[in-house]
Design a protein around this ligand. Structure first.
Ligand SMILES: [Zn+2]
Length: 135
C-alpha cells in the first residue's frame, strides 16, 4: 500500500485512502495558508459587512431607529463599508444588505437614522457618474 502524508504537517496518514489531512485542524491550516491574499481580503470585507448589518439590525428592532455614530463605531461598525447606496433629494442612505442608515446631525452630534430597506429602494435612481462626494 502506498504511503500518504498530510498535506499540512507531512505526518503519515493512516486510515481511509482518500484522506489528505490528519484532522480538521490540519485541513484548515492548509486552506488558510494556501488561500490567495485577495481571498483573505474578500473574506475580511464580507465579515465586516456582515457585522455592520448585524449592528444595524440590532439598533433597528422595529423598522426604524436612531443611534449615535460613536456608539456603533465603538462596537466595530465600519462606515467606510456598505453594499449599496440610495441617494434622494436631501441625503443618502448607506446600506448593508437590507439595513441602511442616513447620516444625520442632532445638536451637533453625528447620528445614524437606521431603516430597513423598502421595495421601492431596489430601483436605481441615480447615475454613478453623477455622484459628487464632498471632501
Ligand atoms: Zn497533519
Amino acid at each position: 500500500m502506498k504511503m500518504k502524508f498530510c498535506l499540512s504537517c507531512n505526518k503519515e496518514l493512516v486510515g481511509r485512502s482518500d484522506k489528505k489531512f490528519c484532522d480538521t485542524e490540519c485541513r484548515s491550516t492548509y486552506h488558510n495558508t494556501n488561500r490567495p491574499l485577495y481571498e483573505i481580503s474578500i473574506q475580511k470585507i464580507n465579515s465586516a459587512l456582515r457585522k455592520n448589518r448585524s449592528l444595524l439590525a440590532h439598533f433597528c428592532p422595529s423598522g426604524k431607529g436612531t443611534v449615535k455614530k460613536e456608539v456603533l463605531v465603538q462596537l466595530g461598525y465600519r462606515v467606510d463599508l456598505f453594499t449599496h447606496i440610495y441617494p434622494f433629494k436631501t441625503g443618502t442612505y448607506f446600506f448593508c444588505y437590507e439595513y441602511g442608515y442616513l447620516p444625520i446631525k442632532e445638536k451637533g452630534i453625528d447620528k445614524m437614522l437606521i431603516i430597513q430597506k423598502q421595495d421601492y429602494m431596489d430601483k436605481l435612481t441615480y447615475s454613478p457618474w453623477s455622484i459628487k462626494i464632498e471632501k
